[in-house]
Design a protein around this ligand. Structure first.
Ligand code: BGC
Length: 442
């Protein structure tokens, strides 16, 4: 049997990613805690509740787990509603708690990457109209200045906004995230304000920390026509790609924002990315469906031959990841894979998903594309937004009742990859033998 290793460059970051509301627990001053309190918003009426109880201190054991299993990086987010519980109040104790967490990462040899906005807004901001309000970019800039001054000693890797495209589409088109609107037109001002906010944050971060590396985390979904022979399916797939995948980062490159047949110059946004942060999960097949008026006649489905995750959320399509990386490469910037993972409670698909996706990252680094790190989603099962606790993305499982952590076999696999800084034939033979012949042909 052939023996070989797919090596990654020296200094490559291997970690996991989390976000405040999903892991901290006891967040009750943001738009999501309010949303969870409403009927029928979250599957099975679930609530974030204590989540993984990081605010109660359990981050310590979870960071130990990460460090003991070879991870050298972790991406987490700051909960804005804790830092600024009211417009005129800064909570210095909360800021100090984040200092402790970031120090805790360094003490364990883990490099932090810090996200400033990951889906949640302080309740007072939501009540002012959230990102529809044109004052929000300046308010976000102010919060950014505060938090970056306080934490810059511990990191220079910043994600201003996580998945603005998902935030806008889920909150203002599918009505699955707060504020639960079903009005595509509103996505435009929301995204425009996020672009302005990012641009303002980019500048203020650099003024406080010249060596900072500032970016966003973009959710890239691979869209391919369900019927490749049908021009309208091809057109729709391209339309979704242009609007969902490309429009936000294009605005940060060119200073022109184009979305759903509207366009606006935002000159201050030009060249405001130091790296490309890429989140990739899946590919969707796109087709025209005249019966689906509510969703603008667009149907999305999984590719037929792909293995599908527990609740049908994600199709295992590693090719789509390579396509996403190629797209990111087009920006000529260093690339971080800021999220990639699958919901899989019994861990029967995660090993294959993980190896085949990391293999795509290797294909790219092997031709010298500047990928600097990979953050698996996620370290431990956490609160999955409108899907509540029904989806399990963690390397470690979580018993929500008892807070017990359950070590899934993928922990050992990911540990082997992190420690080896690569994927070896021995690992593939042990953990994902079905991939062996394809990855190491004799
Ligand atoms: C989000 C995460 C989420 C993950 C899996 C991403 O779109 O950034 O917050 O948990 O998907 O659903």
């Amino acid at each position: 049997m052939p023996q070989a290793t797919y090596h990654f460059p020296k200094g490559f970051l291997w970690g996991t990613a989390t976000s405040s509301h999903q892991v901290e627990g006891s967040n009750n001053n943001n738009n999501w805690s309010a949303w969870e309190a409403e009927d029928n918003r979250i599957r099975r009426g679930h609530k974030a509740g204590l989540a993984c109880d990081w605010w109660g201190g359990r981050w310590k054991q979870d960071f130990d787990r990460a460090a003991e299993t070879g991870q050298n990086a972790h991406r987490l987010s700051i909960e804005w509603s804790r830092i600024q519980p009211r417009p005129d109040i800064w909570d210095e104790d909360a800021i100090d708690y984040y200092r402790q967490m970031l120090r805790g990462l360094h003490q364990r040899g883990i490099t932090p990457m810090v996200t400033l906005h990951h889906f949640t807004d302080p309740l007072w901001l939501a009540e002012m109209g959230g990102w529809e309000n044109d004052q929000t970019p300046a308010i976000f800039e102010n919060y950014t200045a505060k938090i970056v001054s306080a934490l810059k000693e511990y990191t220079n890797l910043w994600v201003t906004i996580n998945e603005p495209n998902v935030y806008a589409v889920m909150g203002y088109f599918y009505a699955a995230f707060p504020p639960g609107k079903n009005d595509l037109k509103t996505c435009f001002p929301v995204l425009r304000n996020m672009i302005r906010a990012h641009a303002a944050a980019y500048r203020v971060i650099h003024s406080l920390q010249p060596e900072a590396k500032v970016g966003i985390a973009l959710n890239y979904q691979s869209f391919s026509p369900a019927r490749a022979w049908l021009p309208v399916d091809r057109w729709l797939a391209r339309f979704l790609h242009n609007n969902f995948n490309a429009s936000f980062t294009d605005a940060l490159r060119k200073g022109t924002f184009k979305f759903a047949f509207q366009s606006e110059e935002i000159p201050e946004a030009r060249n405001t990315l130091d790296y490309f942060g890429l989140n990739y999960y899946t590919r969707s097949k796109v087709s025209l469906n005249l019966a689906n008026k509510k969703e603008y006649f667009i149907n999305l489905s999984h590719p037929k031959d792909a293995r599908i995750s527990d609740t049908g959320h994600i199709a295992n399509v590693p090719d789509g990841f390579y396509e996403a990386i190629k797209f990111a490469r087009g920006y000529n910037l260093p690339i971080y894979i800021t999220e990639n993972g699958i919901e899989d409670a019994d861990d029967d698909l995660r090993p294959e998903y993980m190896v085949s996706h990391i293999h795509q990252v290797w294909r790219a680094v092997n031709i010298n594309w500047p990928i600097k790190g990979y953050f698996h989603w996620s370290l431990v099962d956490n609160f999955e937004w409108e899907r509540g606790w029904t989806q399990r993305f963690g390397l470690w499982g979580l018993d929500v009742e008892t807070q017990a952590r359950i070590r899934r076999p993928s922990v050992d696999l990911y540990q082997a990859i992190c420690r080896e800084n690569g994927i070896s034939s021995a690992m593939v033979e042990q953990y994902t033998p079905t991939l062996f012949d394809e990855m190491f042909p004799s």
